[in-house]
Design a protein around this ligand. Sequence first.
Ligand code: GLN
Length: 611
Amino acid sequence: MVSAQDSVVELPLARFLARCHAEFSADHSGEVATYIPELALANPSDFGIAVTTVDGFVYEVGDSNVAFTLQSISKAFVFALALDIVGPDRVEAVVGVEPSGDAFNSIRLGADNRPFNAMVNAGAIACTSLLCEIEGAGMGERLTDAFSRFAGHRLEVDEATFESERVTGDRNRAIAYLLRTHGVLKGNVDEVLDVYFRQCAVKVTARDLSVMAATLANKGINPLTGEQVASSYAVARTLSVMTSSGMYDSAGRWVYNVGIPAKSGVAGGIVASLPSQLGLGTYSPRIDDQGNSVRGLRSCEALSSHFGLHMLNRIGDVRTCIAASYDVGSVSSRRARRPEELAILEAHHAAGIVLELAGALSFANVEYVSRRIQDLQPHLSHLVLDFRRVSSISEAASHLLTGALDGLVTHGVEVVFSGVAKGTSLEASLAGWLGGKHGVRGIAPLDEAIEWAEDRIIQRLGGHLDLQKPTILAEQQLLTDLSQDELSDLAGLMATRDYDAGDRMIGSGDPATSLLFVGSGVVSVRLPSGIRLATLSAGMAVGEMALLETRRSADVWADTSVTCLELSLEDFAGFRERHPRAAEHVMANLARLLSKRLIVANNKIEALASF
Ligand code: GLN
């Protein structure tokens, strides 16, 4: 597990948190809660802050490992669990979602005799009672288990605090009896309250709170363990009620100033969760009149205002979801094309478009993508959507994408997805398309998707792709401008080489002593790692860099059965002496090929860097 405390160079957020900690440590306002006698034993000077990012990095400062009890913070998690275990219908029938404007322990119910919301005692006891209807007293243990999964390790109940509250908890007893009068609480009051007091007495640290908050921020998936602890439905509803009611009667001011869903507890903890970004946990037992930790509040306020973390702040620019956009004329696949194929692709470059998408695709991103796709439409026949850099796609975004692509497909456009990694949640979200529905195909690497689009465009426009068709030496790109005599002299020096599909024709690192002219078939030049640098076919030379280099820089594989003519460097040296003019042509042709490759590479860089 990574933590800022282990790192050598201080990270900017770690430095900021340390500054907050130093500054707010001097604030001694507020009092330690005493109405639960055991809470009065807390050390008033304890102060810890922890932040966990949604990718599981933990920042800690001060007393981030001092244990204290969850108290009301448990309410947020119990609400989420009630939604998942009991079901939203029953939970939402029993407890409202309106801010009460009252203190956390108010005995007042709403006009419909339901608790105002699940973040005040009445609402929390109602949720606990619903859970107890399922498992009775055993629910206490089940809740501790569930909290532990939010925190990523085993949490325990502080028996002394539990006992202390049980003995003194008459106000909560009053609330529970009132709930029973109105049929909200159906079971045994003492049994329900025992579970409630237990959930409040679960021991955590500021670090634990930050991980629990990050789990809420991460759609219910604990970023340290990867476990889905709550459904995204329950998490979204819990964060909603935390936003409107998490900070008791100062909830309005909280949303206005801080704007991060949060929940506090009288023991001095605050949990704050900023969706998709971070979880914050603070602990300092001095609380204000509303029951919120003074230093905790100040830490949240400082973090939010310094970094502009208010959840209603506009973040990002929808346009960044297109990392690159180009046509097959400016960025080609690694398949080297014959001149007649190139001519087709150049004339119809706008028929094949690649959009490289990036980031978490939301409604707003894909709405933008759908307009970009519409703009392309007049000439478009093949669209490649690349998902290599896409982390997720929301349901709303999926709907919009379906709409945009359905429109294209009915107009005869062929769509291909690339870069969707196997076994990812993104693959699951796109499964409907990748299965071949909606006329969309999935081709794994982007380069192959582009090659496919090129092939289809060439075929559609009458080009031929007969790669086995033999060619004559005069068609070789490297040998243009040679006379018949020169060609036949050269042919006399060459040896025919046949390869089967799968043969390695050239090995990286070998001495470069000859060049091969492909007469028929398809060969691929690959790095030893398997990455494809180029695919070549009849009329093209491989190993031609032997004219300039002494060692082979890559492997060459036969993709199909291949026939080549091999010319050794030694023989070429002899030829050079006999036909200096022809040899100069060969070298000039090589320079031209290399310069074309450089132009293509520069185009690629330009197309990819201009975003
Ligand atoms: N256990 C506490 C109570 O019910 C929780 C209150 C709180 O943290 N605000 O009084």
